[in-house]
Design a protein. Structure first.
Lengths: 170, 274
């Protein structure tokens, strides 16, 4: 069987993204991912100094950059959460969340490789340390982000208010 | 007949795939995602920068330090550290030293003896007011100093408490700070055999040989909520790590390992008792 060079799951099944089941799944993934980032962002914004200390514990960035990194990550998570819940710029928010998760994975694996037993800094008030459960959790969230890049269309999207068609998967 | 929309992988009855031309026009999902993400990154950078500049509770940076509630002044603590301290204004009833001449009665209406007595009285009153104002200023300065010391101690205590939450490994300098800061309430456990413990141990430490900790779990469990510092001989000795692992396995959440052990402790001439 000949497979064309421009084959992709989405473009050769344009109706797949519009299938009600797929839209429902996309909605669930959106809300789940948005919820995780919302809770993380609120906790971090309430205790930025502690979060900056947790970033410094990883020993990857210079200490003077910890504060900037803390503020940037916390607000990124908040923006991602708001966009996912609103259903606006879903692909961009999913890509940004994927980039953050990849960064977290690199930091956690680096800390594990160096034998550091430090708090992961994922959620404020949590004493979860770096380890394989955290890696698996982040990989699952990353899979959700990649899914949303391919299937951003779901119900209850802000773009539907003015009939935006740019996100329609072809 | 050839159907221009029919491709060789299409099953009969299946919907038509987009043609190559149509497919070339449609942006890929990742292309759209990158485009949107670029704008989001700019947006987040703007929010973060605004927050760092204007938020009072933004994390401290080396070049920016704010004290909520007002202006600050640099104060040097007795230990030589320079900290910010709120400006303190003197109470409104602080006496002001006045020129004695202002209190003297008019010369042309009073005799010289009365003048001398009045001048003497004014001078004594002045001296008293001066001493009182100096004393008040000294008390204010003392308040500033003690506030600065308390802030410094509080910051140090927070940093040390965080080490316990993170179950960190600590060096000799940090161990000494924890040892000196009695208000932390840390409990020291010596993981070496009893005969080594008897030869010399850190004051206040309790001996729990790492090879036998399991048999003493009933003694350890009451300490599960405390801050624990575990040490052994230092160097190649791994007993402290073994004991710490065991404590964490039975639910201890605040255990730090002092890796330097008695070797580095005694090298620094810190106290050991038999």
């Amino acid at each position: 069987m000949n497979i064309p060079l421009n084959y992709s799951l989405v473009s050769s099944n344009p109706d797949l993204a519009e299938h009600p089941g797929m839209r429902t799944l996309s909605l669930l993934v959106r809300f789940a991912l948005g919820g995780v980032f919302l809770i993380a962002a609120i906790g971090k914004l309430n205790s930025l100094t502690t979060f900056a200390g947790e970033i410094a514990n990883y020993g990857i960035l210079p200490e003077s950059w910890s504060a900037v990194a803390a503020v940037s990550i916390a607000w990124s998570e908040m923006v991602i959460a708001v966009l996912l819940y609103a259903g606006a710029a879903v692909r961009g928010a999913a890509l940004l969340s994927g980039a953050l998760l990849v960064t977290f994975l690199i930091a956690i694996i680096s800390a594990m490789a160096r034998g550091l037993e430090i708090g992961c800094g994922c959620f404020a008030g949590s004493d979860q340390t770096v380890g394989w459960p955290k890696v698996i959790e982040d990989v699952a969230l990353l899979a959700g982000s990649i899914f949303l890049v391919y299937f951003p269309r779901s119900w209850a999207m802000v773009g539907d208010l003015w009939g935006r068609e740019e996100d329609r998967a072809r | 007949m050839n159907d221009p929309h029919q491709t060789q992988w299409r099953e009969p009855g299946a919907p038509a795939s987009p043609t190559a031309v149509e497919q070339a026009r449609v942006p890929s999902p990742w292309g759209v995602a990158f485009h949107e993400a670029r704008l989001l990154v700019l947006f987040v950078a703007l929010i973060a920068t605004t927050y760092m500049i204007f938020a009072v509770d933004a994390p401290n940076l080396a070049y920016k330090r704010r004290v909520p509630g007002g202006d600050t002044t640099k104060v040097e603590t007795p230990q030589g550290a320079v900290v910010d301290s709120p400006l303190v204004s003197l109470p409104p009833d602080t006496p002001v030293v006045v020129n004695p001449a202002d209190t003297l009665p008019k010369v042309d209406t009073v005799g010289s003896a009365t003048l001398a007595a009045a001048a003497d009285s004014a001078r004594r009153a002045n001296d008293k007011r001066y001493r009182d104002s100096v004393e008040k200023a000294r008390r204010v300065q003392s308040t500033i100093d003690s506030t600065a010391r308390a802030l410094e101690v509080s910051a140090t205590q927070s940093r040390l408490e965080k080490l316990f939450v993170d179950n960190a490994e600590i060096n000799t300098e940090t161990a000494k700070k924890i040892f000196d800061m009695k208000q932390l309430g840390a409990i020291w456990l010596d993981a070496r055999p009893e005969h080594e413990f008897d030869e010399g141990h850190i004051p206040g430490a309790r001996n729990f040989y790492a090879e036998q900790w399991r048999s003493r779990i009933p003694e350890l469990l009451p300490l599960s909520r405390e801050k624990i510092v575990v040490y052994c001989g230092g160097g190649e000795c791994t007993l402290s790590h073994e004991l710490a692992e065991g404590l964490r396995a039975i639910g201890f959440k605040r255990v730090v390992v002092y890796t330097g052990g008695t070797a580095e402790w005694s090298a620094k001439k810190y106290p050991l008792v038999k």
